[in-house]
Design a protein around this ligand. Sequence first.
Ligand code: ZN
Length: 773
Amino acid sequence: MRGYESPMRSYNNRIMRQALILLRNMRKQGAVVPFALLSAVALSVGAAESIHTLRGYSSQSSATEVEWERKFRKIPEPERLRENMRRLSARPHHVGSPYDKDNAEWIVAQMKSWGLDARIETFDTLFPTPKERVMELVAPVKYTAKLQEPALAIDPTSNQKSEQLPTYNAYSIDGDVTAPVVYVNYGSPADYEQLERMGVSVSGAIVLARYGLTWRGIKPKVAAEHGAIGCLIYSDPHEDGYRHGDIYPNGPMRPPFGVQRGSVMDMPVYPGDPQTPGVGATPDAKKLPMSEVKTLTKIPVMPISYEDAEPLLKNLSGELVPEAWRGGLPLTYHVGPGPAKVHLRLQFNFDRKPLYDVIVKIPGSKYPDQWVIRGNHHDGWVNGAGDPVSGASPEMEEARGLAELLKQGWKPDRTIIYCFWDGEEPGLLGSTEWAETHAEELKQHAVAYINSDGNGRGFFRAEGSHSLENFTNGVMKDIEDPETKMTVWKRARLAGISKGAGDRKAELKARPDLRIGALGSGSDYTVFIDHLGVASLNIGYGGEDAGGGQYHSIYDDFYWYTHFEDTDFAYGKALAQTGGTIMMRLADCDVLPFQFTNLADTIHTYLGELKKLSIDQRAAIKERNSEIEDGVYVALADPKKKMVPPGKEPLPPYLNFAPLENASDELTRAAAGYEAALTSAGGQASASVNAKLLRSERVLTDSEGLPNRPWFENLIYAPGFYTGYGVKTIPGVREAIEQKRWIEVDHQIARVAKALQSEADLLDEAAKELGGK
Ligand SMILES: [Zn+2]
């Protein structure tokens, strides 16, 4: 019995069961059932039954599972979480450092001491480190950038200078350039359109972009596309500095000299080792020569503090920036170019460094060939207490908890694999190389991949495959929020209602399941969901966090975390409880708990977004063309300011979404049919139904990949080509529209429609088997 059943809920559930019976009768009679009714009914029934019996379990197996899960959730201890963090973040542990290897060996030793089978898998990958970094303002005044984060007396690990990586962006090319500076705001494609309207070119310039909005790797990429010859990225106090709170060490926010290190690899093309795209970086792997590597930047790029950026900004003249471009520094922001002129010289050691992935296996007793996989990275940019140890430490507690249960007689039905990845920070290296090496096995055996990265305080958050949305909601209803003692599901729902507006608020109140977001990129799930089509989730707590002002600096350490973040590790414990419960429930179920009516509903909303995008884009271009004809821009041109009016653009064609609409309806029908068949079968299924369900994310992939980036095979989810971490759903179609490549749209629509039809066919087959049993 779950503790969350309210009288209103069980009333609703009765209504919904009656509605399902009605619906089935209607369908038998050949009636066309409206989409909204179909999905609402199916969604509610899924939720209703999990109240008494876990989805995918018989009443007996459910009772047993619930008992084991309860035992498990009592095991994680905040004190152990704290000690794991102290140990793992005691010294800098980036790729190739002595302590990175030491940590991997320590994790293996811990796992073995608990009786688990753990070992290290090693790969060699390209990992550049700085040899020379110079940034100086040469005109109109001289200033040499410090490029240093000073140790603080109060923070005991901030003085480990000999082991700290300098501040830099990994996978920048070498360069030695001198040029006038242009301030480009966040450096997004829209910012360059604005610059163009202001008559400012970055051709031959060094751009100064602030962190924020887009992923950092996008900034040099778009700058180079516009002819810039160098790129500096600084942390404006508007994003993560004094505007948001006291600065470190008095508070958690970024101090004047704090710098955000980070990768600028072109990961939207392919992540992982730049020299072995698509294959594991094993000793015998063929390596691309450096001249053929596609994921290095095209121009030199370096991150700086706002202390080092301020002299540049102070010495820019030209137009005032648009209001939204103003940062938090006490100066007037101008665009430039110049008179500030910068000399930037960067040289790197382009060495190959070893990675140490820790792989822990608990063999399944019934279905050893079905794998449930969990991962969090262990490498950091420096001491990495928040990123990644606040996630890796709970992951270790999860593994210890499962080891305890094994001693008490618990036997998971499926094989459980715990991974502690190396090399996430530079470019998802450890997870990508491991998964590429084991790609064929993973395609056959992987049930799901569950990721976490850093963890904070606040609300439970999950993004991932929507076939796991209903399952995720079920787990959330069994985890207690450490602060309020309500379930994390209830707390997330109420928070959503308080923040939501209009339709969103109404939907939150009416929809049985909370929606989960889609996955872009930015952590180790990428290769699983985007390349291999393994259903994935990314989980963690946040929203009441300290703010991220330590991110990727030497101050992201034990002192910072234990003073300003989850200081009593209450949410670390909650993450261990959540992750472990997910793993156990996936490993022990009789029928894999994928549920497709939520997936169909989500696809339907994406389709609505795409249609709206196309209509809005057409209307905007039409309106602007008519304003140009009417002389609006001529009338508004201020002769004292430089302003370039936009040119007329061809009107986009009307697009034919019909194949996608038909396929989406087919999926909706098949998903509801599968739900009904599963209910009729009493929630039980044969092994071959599970074999089909295991492929349900795989069929959403296409080995042809996305346009210009074949490594990305999932046709529903991908990181945006121009957003980096930010997701683009139905990316082939969406990006073709956004980037005005309308000629591609028909082909992309056809591919997605085919994938959705394959999913519908798979579900029809599964439903048929359930019925024939
Ligand atoms: Zn991380």
